[in-house]
Ligand binder design. Structure first.
Ligand code: C2E
Ligand code: CA
Ligand code: CA
Ligand code: CA
Length: 278
């Protein structure tokens, strides 16, 4: 009776109905966009603070819609997850970023690494594959060419399949970042359970970061703890010099954010890193 009640509520709620229609429309549109080649990648440099060198960039997906213009992944990734389209899209992202990595390495040195986001459905689906998709995409390249960014919701169930997938990535030498760190219920527990290379301190801790703020205390604590466990720290969403100063003082390893560079297309990334390296 409860389920029926909820269904009725949706049927007669015009706002919800409109949302459902829009989602359906977006899903159909996204299916078309994949074939039409409307998806493309941008890259955001991840700056190593101590050396000021850049050997790493996060890969971020973009959709250039013929009528609507740029659509944010925050809008279409959830739809891609729901419809399963995330699987072919994710595979394309992986393959395209490995192709782009060849360009980056030729221009910027052969230790350059790309960091690719993986949504829960992608990770869980992959967990059932005997041979990781990453292995196929990387071809001759070493596993360490790739970092995979996952959120803790993926580790939550800690099923044998998830642990297995994790071990397979590890065995290949692929690195793993725990994204949006500090926003979940038990972020700390996962650091103990999984052999993670990096945590990415979520932007919500960085946004109002100032000397003497409670966010300063939290960032410092996360950094100390991560380091004691042998985990490196990336702060994301760093926009201002003051945030950077607090993070540097706290011993943060890597900085990502508009303060240095927004996500840009491949050629611009190469230019930016060259200028930055001087
Ligand atoms: P995320 O993984 O947390 O990515 C960081 C987001 O912060 C990106 O948003 C980036 O453009 C934005 N950002 C970077 N620096 C700053 C800054 O200084 N200030 C502010 N305000 N924002 C900053 P974007 O590109 O819109 O991506 C949103 C989310 O979509 C990502 O969050 C990620 O969860 C998802 N996403 C993006 N690309 C992919 C993909 O290829 N696969 C999957 N599965 N998810 C993706
Ligand atoms: Ca990410
Ligand atoms: Ca993040
Ligand atoms: Ca985030």
């Amino acid at each position: 009776a409860k389920a029926l009640g909820r269904g009725r509520h949706e049927d007669y709620n015009p706002v919800l109905q409109q949302m459902v229609r829009e989602r359906r429309h977006l899903a159909a549109d996204l299916r078309r966009a994949v074939d039409a080649g409307e998806l493309f990648l941008v890259y955001q440099p991840i700056v190593h603070l101590a050396s000021q060198r850049v050997h790493k960039a996060e890969v971020l997906l973009r959709w250039k819609h013929p009528q609507r213009g740029l659509i944010s992944p925050a809008e279409f990734i959830p739809v891609a997850e729901e419809t399963g389209l995330i699987l072919p899209i994710g595979q394309w992202v992986l393959e395209q970023s490995v192709r782009d990595l060849a360009v980056l390495r030729a221009a910027l040195g052969d230790t350059f690494q790309v960091s690719v986001n993986k949504s829960p459905r992608q990770f869980l689906n992959d967990a059932r594959l005997a041979v990781p998709r990453e292995k196929a995409a990387l071809g001759e390249l070493a596993g360490s060419s790739l970092c995979v960014e996952i959120t803790e919701s993926m580790l939550m169930e800690a099923s044998p399949a998830v642990k297995d997938k994790f071990m397979q990535l590890r065995d290949m030498g692929v690195q793993v970042s725990l994204d949006d760190f500090g926003t979940g219920y038990s972020s700390l527990a996962y650091l103990k359970m999984f052999d993670i290379d990096y945590i990415k301190i979520d932007r919500s801790f960085v946004k109002n970061l100032a000397p003497g703020s409670s966010d300063q205390v939290l960032c410092e604590a996360m950094i100390v703890m991560a380091h004691r466990l042998g985990v490196k720290v990336i702060a994301e969403g760093v926009e201002e010099a003051q945030q950077l100063a607090v993070l540097a003082e706290a011993g943060c390893d890597y900085i990502q954010g508009f303060h240095f560079c927004p996500p840009v297309v491949l050629a611009e990334l190469v230019d930016w890193v060259r200028r930055h390296h001087g």
